[in-house]
Design a binder for this molecule. Structure first.
Ligand code: HEM
Length: 405
């Protein structure tokens, strides 16, 4: 049987795909010593764990993965408590609110960042744009002071370092825990104040939301906003850098997208399949669970490899090829696209921000292409990505003829 590669090794971080292929081959269930978890890598098995029709899994692992930095978020909740919380937050991310309130926010924040580099002829799309745009959008959607965007960016950096801290670096852990305290000191007074002065923003929607007589406490809302830094910031950050990196490395597909912008939807879905921002999600088994070919004992940790499942040759033709024209991936909306790849997960915790992410990527990419008609990769572009739980280009240096005016 093929060796199980070490998912914590530097080689794996640089290029996990050969390792994923070996796991799918050896699978369906692999005991992994280093993470003390069962690895699942085939599409059907990951899909089954996410859908979890028999409620065999919990998200208790988030108690140690997320709680120290965010407090108790929607991702740690289960059963009826989760269903109510989901009903409280979801309306703010539906199509109608997006269209009416948030599209102008997305357009404005993207344009401001592009204006910062469009006259210079060169940029790093990761540091100049992608790491800033979704976080600014969230802060702006919440109705926070624009002067606080820089603090948000600082907390964002600390949070994603905490979440990706596989080596257990003590300073990173401490900075994450500090962020939890600072974020609460900043957010809680704003939440209290906003309750008395409801407006049109996302924070007001969260304050006013009520389902079956249940409302969110100040602490609940604060934890949700904190989660958005990672769930809505880091993911979309990586999706934008990846869609552009994938297209720039496939110039004929980029040319097609430039010509017909409706193809951005397909490019987004294919990017999420081919290079998903979230590669790894864990669950805990609440009971003994039979998966094809083995038993996961009760109380075990299960590592679901989205990045491997999305390249499963049992599911996709030529899975290692980036092809926005492939016909085995539906792309009509974020939600139907999600039924065809696992980047947003599935089931109860299916990404509540999928439509928002899609809107951000579509608007952002359109603006980037318009501002830079001859956008191309700079010579020092390094196609290797970075990250284990989440992945994306480390940097994306580009060149273009600066437009005047
Ligand atoms: C849940 C991915 C954008 C908010 C999830 C999950 C995944 C995911 C895989 C499931 C986690 C689990 O089951 O353990 C992504 C990707 C995105 C993206 C790839 C961008 C391309 C966003 C945005 C927001 C958001 C823009 C909001 C601003 C959330 C929240 C949850 C979630 C709140 C938890 C839902 C629940 O527990 O019911 N996302 N996400 N995400 N996402 Fe996203």
């Amino acid at each position: 049987a093929p060796q199980v590669p070490d998912i914590l090794s530097p080689e794996f971080a640089t290029d996990p795909y050969p390792a994923y292929a070996a796991m799918r081959e050896k699978g369906p269930l692999i005991w992994h010593e280093a993470t003390q978890s069962y690895i699942i890598s085939r599409y059907d098995d990951v899909e089954r764990v996410f859908k979890d029709k028999q409620s065999e899994f919990t998200t208790d692992n988030y108690n140690w993965q997320l709680e120290p930095v965010h407090g108790k978020t929607i991702l740690q909740l289960s059963g009826r408590e989760h269903a109510v919380r989901r009903a409280l937050v979801a309306p703010a991310f539906r199509g109608s609110d997006l269209q009416e309130k948030f599209l102008p926010v997305i357009e404005r924040n993207s344009r401001e960042l592009i204006d910062g580099f469009r006259h210079s002829g060169a940029a790093d799309i990761v540091s100049d744009y992608a790491t800033r745009f979704p976080v600014n959008v969230i802060a702006d959607m919440l109705g926070l002071d624009k002067a606080d965007h820089a603090r948000f960016h600082h907390w964002y950096t600390a949070v994603i370092a905490f979440l990706g801290n596989l080596s257990g670096d003590a300073e990173v852990t401490a900075a994450g825990e500090r962020t939890r305290v600072e974020f609460a000191e900043y957010m809680i007074p704003i939440i209290r104040e906003r309750r008395d002065n409801l407006g049109d923003d996302l924070l007001s929607s969260l304050c006013a939301a009520e389902v079956d007589g249940v409302r969110m406490s100040d602490e609940d809302i604060k934890a949700f906003c904190s989660l958005l830094l990672a769930a809505g910031g880091e993911t979309t950050d990586k999706a934008i850098a990846s869609i552009l990196a994938n297209l720039l490395q496939h110039p004929e597909q980029l040319a097609a997208v430039r010509e017909d912008r409706s193809l951005i939807a397909a490019a987004f879905a294919e990017t999420l399949r081919y290079t998903p921002p979230v590669h790894m999600i864990m669950r805990q088994s609440a009971t003994d669970v039979e998966v094809s070919g083995g038993t996961i004992p009760q109380g075990a940790t299960v590592t679901c490899l989205i990045g491997a499942a999305n390249r499963d040759e049992r599911r996709y033709r030529e899975p290692d090829r980036f092809d926005i024209f492939r016909d085995d991936l539906t792309t009509t909306s974020a939600f139907s696209a999600a039924a065809d790849h696992l980047a947003f997960a599935l089931g109860r915790h299916f990404c509540v921000g999928a439509l928002l992410a899609k809107a951000e990527v579509e608007i952002g990419l359109n603006q980037l292409l318009d501002a830079m008609p001859d956008l191309r990769l700079a010579d020092d572009f390094d196609p290797r990505e970075q990250g284990v739980f989440t992945r994306g280009p480390q940097s994306l240096p580009v060149q273009f003829t600066p437009v005047t005016g």
